[in-house]
Design a protein around this ligand. Structure first.
Ligand code: GDP
Ligand code: FO1
Ligand code: CA
Ligand code: CA
Length: 311
């Protein structure tokens, strides 16, 4: 079976680990979000691609959910001693190596999709990981605080400001010109089923859906989504601040309506959210907390089973 899954960072990666366990014989293609990407100290950092690659490749900091296991921060401390900014984003020593390799390859002219493939040669994530686009896009957030109204990079809003300053607008800079990376539309066309994991509906899934042609390709497929919102709150992180910014309630119902039909054909919600519904969508309620890899596998199996039944 051929499965395509979109993915952001932690929520996507943990779900994918479950999907690999639940469907060991499937050919899985992951379309990764690159809206979180940022250039720091001259290095291109792709947090969501790296979170997927490290999680599936066994190199993730399990507790934190992002960054490398067994990490040290000597370079960060030395940069800070020089007064180098920004100091609000913590790159670890091992992680730095990934960004150095990536940046060298990008500067040599390789597209991000080929760079990602090369990085995955080391990590062997067990899936084909493709960035949503080789064209550079970045999520920026319009805020209004004591320094006035301005746009900041998504990471500055998320990490430095902890999404505590209300977002007036969230935009994907470069979206109009960005094309899907090679292989993205073909993988979707050839997929038996498509899964939307419980990733951030605005800055992970919503971002990927903004790349020209991706939503239209997905609408031709059987798509099952897993709600990242359980009992009216994100399971982890600050997705509620992102949803509020685009005028969407933090509920499993509102996220389903945001994705909408005909995009979504099946929707998994938590048991306390039973009652959610939308014309044209089959909704199932089941436990949705990924306590461990086994729980994630159970959720992934339920998503694939529903998709197969609907296809
Ligand atoms: P990020 O890029 O690291 O923020 O990760 P994603 O965008 O892939 O996923 C973030 C979303 O995952 C958040 O909105 C969480 O609510 C959701 N999430 C995290 N853990 C779980 C879980 O165990 N169950 C469900 N249903 N959602 C989860
Ligand atoms: N998240 C933080 O909250 N603080 C950090 O200093 C930080 C550094 C970082 C470095 C590399 C990386 O791949 C991810 C990193 N993250 C950090 C996570 C990341 O910024 C966000 O959680 C996601 O981009 C949001 O989806
Ligand atoms: Ca992300
Ligand atoms: Ca559909």
């Amino acid at each position: 079976m051929r499965i395509v899954s979109l993915a952001g960072g932690i929520g996507g990666a943990r779900f994918l680990r479950g999907l690999l366990a639940a469907s060991p014989d499937a050919e899985i293609t992951v379309i990764g979000n690159t809206g979180d990407d940022i250039t720091l100290f001259g290095l291109r950092v792709c947090p969501d691609l790296d979170t997927v690659m490290y999680t599936l490749g066994g190199g993730i900091d399990e507790e934190q959910g992002w960054g490398r296991s067994d990490e040290t921060h000597v370079v960060k401390e030395e940069l800070a001693a020089y007064g180098m900014e920004p100091q609000w984003f913590g790159l670890g020593d091992r992680d730095f190596a990934t960004h150095i390799v990536r940046t060298r390859m990008l500067d040599a002219g390789y597209p991000l999709s080929q760079v990602t493939e090369a990085l995955c040669d080391r990590w062997k994530p067990g899936v084909r990981l493709i960035p949503m686009s080789d064209d550079r896009t970045e999520t920026h957030v319009v805020i209004n605080d004591e320094q006035g109204r301005r746009a900041v990079h998504f990471q500055e809003w998320w990490v430095r400001l902890r999404a505590a300053v209300p977002a007036e607008q969230i935009l994907l800079v470069g979206a109009d010109e960005a094309r899907p990376a090679p292989g993205v539309l073909q993988a979707i066309d050839e997929a038996d089923v498509v899964i939307l994991p419980p990733s951030n509906p605005v800055v992970s899934i919503g971002t990927i859906l903004q790349i020209k042609g991706i939503r239209e390709a997905l609408e031709r497929k059987t798509v099952v989504g897993v709600s990242p919102i359980v009992g009216g709150a994100p399971v982890r992180g600050m997705a509620d601040a992102c949803l509020t910014a685009i005028g969407v309630d933090t509920t499993a119902q509102a996220v389903l309506e945001l994705y909408g039909s005909p995009l979504v054909d099946g929707w998994l919600v938590a048991e306390q959210d039973a009652g959610v519904g939308l014309d044209g969508v089959v909704v199932e309620a089941r436990p949705l907390i990924m306590h461990d890899a086994g729980a994630a596998a159970g959720i992934a199996r339920a998503a694939v089973d529903l998709a197969v039944r609907l296809s």
